[in-house]
Design a binder for this molecule. Sequence first.
Ligand code: SF4
Length: 435
Amino acid sequence: MVNSFYKNRTFCVVNLGCKLNFAEASTVARQLRGMGFVQVGEGEAADAYVVHTCAVTAQAEKKCRQAIRKLAKQRDGAAICVTGCYARLKSAELEQMPEVSLVADKREVAQKIGEHFALPGSARCLLPAAANDGDDFFSAYSSGNRTRSFLKVQDGCDYRCSYCTVPLARGVSRNIAIDKIVAQAREIAAQGVSEIVLTGVNVGDFGKSTGENFLQLAQQLEAVEGISRYRISSMEPNLLTAELVDFVAGSPKFLPHFHIPLQAGANRILGLMRRRYAREQFAEKLLYIREKMPLAFIGVDVIVGFPTETEEEFESARAFLEELQPAYLHIFPYSMRPNTPAALMPQVPEAQISSRAKRLGALCDALHAEFYRKNTGRTSSVLFESARKNGYMLGFSENYVRVALPYNPELANKIALARMLGAGEDGNMRCEVVK
Ligand code: SF4
């Protein structure tokens, strides 16, 4: 409910994490606007800043601290409220930063900011040390961008990969029921958005807490009027079933775009990581997708320099990926996280980690260029975005080719058929609209 007390107060939300954080940060912003606060853009002075943090690597945490210090300089005396995974894992560390006004759970952050203004000097740290126990679910979707919305369908993870702190920060795997998610998709459609990206921590685990499954969710979302396209943000390989691949292959709305974490290309390392598949099973899944959808975009996450990874194991992983030919590699140099089993294993020297990341980066560039070459000359439906950059507008094809077209305001947030003409110097595919 709008409170006139907040009417002239401004706020800004700064998101430093993944698309799941983005959906949550956007939801916190809606809550604050609903209370009467006025949102300002990043870089503008505000009375309150919400910093939605990430803790996936040491570097991510460092960036959060830098952002907090920068915001404090932007507006002297502003309330800086920190939430998200870093806040959940290390609330005491953040609380000790003099720039931080309060540390709060994302479910309570809007309310606590309100209290901060109503009761100056109220508690600074509002986060209990324990991770979420599963009886909560912060429903979230991003809004404000009429091209696409990121819809959170699942949170937390029951896996225990030996390098990962996400389950400590986000708790056990859980979701809300399909009918509630379908209702949110209808809300998104009512805002004129035509594409939804389904996000979560372990999306394929959807349904564990409600006795449903991801395929059922996808089938029911497909029937939502007004939404023309769905993408699945990421899916663990062991949860990517043949039924789901078949469903996507036959769906008019679920797009041929997969993001699958491999993480390591050597079975010994996969075992140490406590991943739930061997590389042979990963290859089978990828080849099955390609059999059903030959030009599907397949992005693969890889961690390089996991403890004890030898040069031979890295090279064998590189050769494995070169043979599989995904369209893109998301490369993560291993980052030691406190309180994980991997932190106790013999570490690979930094210089070797960087060298491996660089070599895999070169392979990624070649794979991406080859994927764009294979798409040149094809026609695909493209959802164009509204921003104008250097005289161009950008969009994504069904299979996630980033296309650029001379700016045409009539196509903003619209889907049109376009022919791919070849990659431009900026790496984006040039295209012409055919319908
Ligand atoms: S599947 Fe593994 S890497 Fe992914 S969030 Fe769960 S524990 Fe972390």
